[in-house]
Design a protein around this ligand. Structure first.
Ligand code: GDG
Length: 468
């Protein structure tokens, strides 16, 4: 059986972190065949020559049959590859925010250089029949760099963020190079069908691709299999966390604290894609249009710090401080504040209790690849008295979670109306909707996701055979 090699910008070290669902699923896949998880260590180090293929540059640690191999980046590489291109070009463009992108040519060069560095270092670890699974927008050209160094392994890629429509993608000066690079993979997986459609339209319109069959494309003299593999959560792990002491304590504390109130919850990284200011505006509309919620509805918004060294995030932080301050100033009473805004990370084991104590979850990104919070909220509910999910139609999760109340987050009034509907929804309707949602979240959990992707990758006709 072939070994699995997972490559991602950051890895997860089982010795240090309380691993989330994704890390658990990838580790589980790695343990089944034995394998390697390869990526950036998260550390910066001055390097005289920009990093050479030296085994000593790698931090290698093996637990059982799984090896974790990481390396440090130079500050210059971190600025250009990570902050500049990955988070200053690809992240905003893929979330339709051309206004926030900075197309500095230095960033593109750094991005390419670091992908070459990943390839050179990875090649020292590879065996001929390893199966390689590359993750996310930081590493789009990695397979092309590996191929040009003679690597013939089976290589799959999964994009965790949205694939934008062709004309938005075309705003990136290097768009053709990026999309051509994807054809060096054997299988490219996206979160949602809409992403597959955007990619297919791009290669048909910009590269005169020919469709050879379902999700089978030919362009740039290569053929490629694509597909939608919606990522899920580890439902059982989440249920276990909800039933553990910390989960139960958190639930009991929240229920007691808010016994006279109705709790609404948002849990997000503080990121402009998550639609946080729009959400606060909608909550304000709710209090204006439905005054019965005053002195009652309380929104806890957790916005965990994220990418604080990227400029656009400062503006968002200031905007949120001001919007939350204004709503509390305008509507708050001595014994009731409408919004509790927490700009800190909350321990993972406390989240399920918080989800379960909430009557409504607001998951209203302006654009999102999938959104796992939506699935975590569903998994944490009491099936006999479940809370209701208000979900943006622009989250990848909306393709699967049709029984949620789907909203357009740009439509403040429509979102406020949906929140009101969620707050007053009769128990029988909540139970019906929740049961359908939970079934879907269970059927397509994170184990299903990694199994299905890896099975498809194992079955695809490899690039080597195409070329002979
Ligand atoms: C990318 C894509 C896609 C959040 N705040 C805290 C905290 N979280 C946890 C949540 C959830 C995770 O972080 C966030 O996952 P999302 O899916 O919402 O979003 P991204 O981080 O943007 O992830 C996204 C995902 O990749 C997977 O493919 O779904 O579309 O953008 O698990 O619970 N966890 C803790 N404290 C917090 O304060 N412990």
């Amino acid at each position: 059986m072939s070994r699995l090699v997972v490559v991602s910008n950051r890895t997860s070290d089982p010795r240090k972190t309380a691993a989330g669902g994704l890390a658990v699923a990838l580790r589980e896949s790695l343990e089944q065949t034995g394998g390697v998880w390869f990526g950036w260590s998260g550390k910066l180090r001055e390097m005289v020559d920009g990093g050479t293929v030296d085994q000593n540059d790698l931090h290698v640690h093996t637990t059982g049959n799984v090896t974790l191999a990481t390396f440090d980046l130079s500050p210059e590489d971190h600025d250009t590859y990570y902050l500049g291109y990955s988070n200053g070009v690809l992240w905003p463009v893929c979330h339709y925010r051309l206004d926030l992108a900075n197309f500095d040519t230095r960033f593109a060069k750094g991005y390419r250089r670091v992908n070459q560095l990943f390839a050179r270092k990875l090649l020292t670890l590879l065996k001929p029949d390893d199966i390689i699974w590359v993750h996310d927008y930081h590493l789009i050209p990695l397979a092309a760099e590996l191929r040009s160094a003679g690597c013939n392994n089976r290589i799959g890629f999964f994009l965790h963020i949205p694939m934008p429509p062709p004309l938005i993608m075309a705003a990136i000066p290097e768009h053709e190079w990026l999309m051509r690079s994807l054809f060096a993979y054997d299988l490219v997986g996206f979160q949602a069908e809409s992403d597959v459609t955007h990619f297919t339209h791009y290669v048909e319109s910009e590269a005169r691709a020919v469709c050879l069959g379902p999700n089978h494309l030919r362009a740039f003299d290569r053929t490629l299999q694509v597909g939608a593999y919606p990522i899920g959560i580890d439902v059982d792990e989440f249920v276990r966390l909800a039933q553990a002491k910390e989960g139960r304590d958190m639930f009991a504390r929240m229920r007691e604290e808010y016994s006279r109130r109705r709790l609404l919850l948002g849990v997000d990284r503080l990121d402009y894609s998550k639609g946080l200011p729009h959400r606060i505006h909608a909550f304000r509309q709710l209090l204006e249009r439905y005054p019965e919620n005053r002195d009652s509805a309380t929104l806890i918004q957790i916005a965990s710090p994220s990418r604080e060294d990227v400029g656009a995030y400062d503006d968002l932080r200031r905007e949120m401080d001001s919007l939350c301050g204004a709503i509390n100033g305008d509507f708050g009473e001595l014994d009731w504040m409408p919004v509790r805004y927490i700009h800190r990370n909350v321990a993972r084991k406390r989240l399920p209790g918080l989800y379960r104590a909430s009557r409504v979850a607001l998951v209203t990104p302006l654009r999102d690849g999938m959104n796992l919070v939506a699935k975590e909220f569903i998994a944490a509910q009491d099936p006999a008295d479940p809370g209701m999910l208000v979900l943006s139609r622009f989250a990848g999760a909306a393709e699967q979670l049709k029984e949620a109340l789907l909203v357009n987050p740009y439509d403040t009034q429509g979102t406020a109306d949906a929140i009101q509907r969620a707050l007053v929804m009769p128990l029988a309707e909540r139970i019906d909707r929740h049961s359908a949602l939970l079934n879907r979240v269970r059927e397509q959990d994170v184990h299903w996701w990694s199994r299905t992707f890896l099975k498809a990758l194992a079955e695809v006709e490899p690039v080597l055979a195409q070329m002979s």
